[in-house]
Design a protein around this ligand. Sequence first.
Ligand code: FES
Length: 349
Amino acid sequence: MIHVRNAWHVAAWSSDIAAEKPSAISILGEPVVIWRSASGTIQALEDRCVHRLAPLSLGRCEGESLRCMYHGLLFGPDGVVQEIPGQELIPARARVRSYPVADRHDWIWVWMGDPALADEALIPPAVGISEPEWILGHGQLDYAAEARLICDNLLDFSHLTYVHAQSFGAGPEFAEHQPKITPLERGVRVSRWIPAPANSPRNPHDVAVEAYQTYDFLVPGVLLMWSGNYPEGTAARLGDLAPEMADALSGLNFTSQAVTSTGPGTARYFFSWGPHCRDGDDAKRDMMMVMAGQAFAEDKTMIEAQQRVIAATPDPQIMPTAHDRAVTLYNRLVERLARDNPAELESAA
Ligand code: FES
């Protein structure tokens, strides 16, 4: 399976990484330990002691360093061993890999590729759950499926008509109409005008509305989507182009989602969703999260079943349809980024 290593991978919710409590996380099949040092700095190292491979996530924080609690080797935040109890000489190979790490938008991001290329400007502009303009709930799911299958699902919303007819109340328009697809430097933009769902709450302006929905899907698997309702006729007036977010009449909401490959055949899916503060409150957020919980469980059932069929199929092949344009564009981008960085082709996860 090909992955983009030279990208920021979501490792955890920031609030789940407590001070001086190392956390074990697997990304692309690599064991990573993440912790906040005494000064509050976030750190990430290979979770495998250079001595006898004990997990450093069972270790003890000491200032900016982390001590393996098997035989006591002390590791600096750069992964270099600073102390070996009972031994003066520290060999040059006494080190583990350190990863560039960032705490941004309420997620912890880890750069899995060449540290020299770790540019924080490449962190996708997610909306964090503490952003005051939005009222967001959040959660995560562990998948027994390849991350790529979840990315494929998020790049083709025609499945909403069938998988989420009950939970999201999605109508036939997702399957019957093609969205506008725009290639981006590190992803794909998928946008569409749709009639407001029949079961959507009546808007306070009491006018007929149509909905606009747009998302960017960015490497290594981050979906950033907003949607809102506009007076009927807006799409025609704009020639089907994008409206201003601020002009939405009602129903403005945002979701940030991230798919992280944790290893071969496994992934973790992080998500937040909720209304803009001018269009909702905590009760609306809670109602949306109930809906999302049901919908994301529907996706998980389908994708894990798909994974089992693929695993049992010798030489599995697919037959793309017209709805696969965004999937194909994105997967070609992933392959190009992997070609440009041959080390990425070596990823087994
Ligand atoms: Fe870490 Fe021995 S395994 S000090």
